[in-house]
Design a protein around this ligand. Structure first.
Ligand SMILES: Nc1nc2c(ncn2[C@@H]2O[C@H](COP(=O)(O)OP(=O)(O)OP(=O)(O)O)[C@@H](O)[C@H]2O)c(=O)[nH]1
Length: 317
């Protein structure tokens, strides 16, 4: 196995032509923010969900500081099954000046690890906070927020399954932006009476540079075609090589690491028989590798954890 390869072997920086990152993120997110602001008066606790693979990248601090302000706030880092457990402590330590309450969850596992801790913590924080206009109310209202595709609906469903024994209240999707437009108030538990306000995909991520945008894209927070599958796959290859993570070599049955995305994709095309038959100007059929299909295979392999469990912000901790 390739344990360590000199960094000089690979590109030292990632270059892409498309630098207009904010254009990738659609306008409905800003609308979501307005809806949330209007609802905030009736909310006792904010549950902010983010992807544990990018605990620093893309979180929208604006919400916590400018809007939710004094409300109890829990940061749930979901998809913890996709990172190595050793990072949990490092992440908590790094974020402790911003977040007093961080939980790690896996909403995909049968047992939904970590989910059980959410309500007791929320109840505790709410009881110890000033509920202002809601001090006489007996029910607890929470609002779930986060950038698209981090697992907000999955968390709602897991919580309902645990506390109400009920099935799905919220649609779960592999494509970002499934939760949209309407704000639902969903009953989550009977005793104590917990409600959750679901929100529409919502927070526009805070992106300070192109790499951050690409990490968000790699985690599926925007639809791949808005950035381009090949660009995202190229960033993945660059990142894996730079961090000396070479599980992809074995997974894709390659001889050795390679930093050239077109060569890697052409290899995957052969491996998975992804070819395109197209007519040329002479009206003859020619066969070409289907690079976009290969890029999708590579991205899926990463997102399913088949290229290793990787925390993309590891160099920022
Ligand atoms: N590996 C893993 N995948 C998860 C986990 N939780 C959710 N997912 C997957 O992530 C994808 C997005 O989940 P959703 O619950 O729809 O995410 P969302 O934040 O509600 O998405 P939007 O509606 O786009 O805002 C789905 O394919 C889920 O199956 C988790 O803990 N681990």
């Amino acid at each position: 196995m390739y344990q360590k390869i000199a960094k000089e072997t690979f590109r030292s920086a990632f270059k892409t032509i498309d630098k207009d990152i904010l254009r990738w993120f659609p306008g409905h997110m800003a609308k979501g923010l307005k809806q949330m602001q209007q609802k905030l008066r009736s909310v006792d606790c904010i549950i902010e969900v983010h992807d544990a693979r990018i605990p620093l990248s893309g979180r929208n601090g604006e919400f916590k500081y400018a809007i939710s302000g004094i409300k109890p706030h829990i940061l749930v880092l979901n998809k913890v099954d996709l990172i190595e457990p050793r990072f949990k402590k490092q992440i908590t330590e790094h974020l402790k000046s911003q977040y007093d309450h961080i939980l790690f969850t896996n909403c995909r596992s049968q047992t939904c690890r970590g989910v059980r801790a959410v309500f007791p913590l929320a109840k505790d924080l709410i009881n110890n906070s000033n509920r202002y206009n809601r001090s006489n109310e007996e029910d607890y209202n929470m609002m779930i927020i986060g950038v698209p595709n981090v697992g907000k609906s999955s968390l709602i469903n897991a919580l309902r399954a645990k506390h109400l024994g009920k099935g799905k209240a919220s649609a779960v999707g592999a494509t970002p932006g499934v939760t949209r437009s309407v704000l639902h108030k969903i009953k989550m538990s009977e005793k104590p009476l917990f409600y959750m306000l679901d929100t529409p995909g919502i927070l526009t991520p805070n992106i300070s540079d192109i790499e951050m945008g690409l990490k968000l894209a790699l985690c599926g927070t925007i639809q791949d075609h808005l950035v381009g599958e090949t660009i995202i796959a190229d960033y993945l290859l660059y990142w894996l090589n730079n961090q000396n993570h070479f599980e992809y070599v074995e997974y894709f049955k390659m001889d050795k690491p390679n930093d050239d995305i077109l060569e890697v994709l052409a290899h995957i095309c052969k491996l998975h028989n992804k070819i395109l038959r197209i007519r040329n100007q002479l009206n003859e059929y020619v066969i070409k590798p289907n690079l976009d299909a290969a890029a999708q295979i590579m991205l899926k392999a990463f997102r399913d954890g088949n290229l290793g469990k990787h925390m993309l912000d590891e160099d920022l901790l």
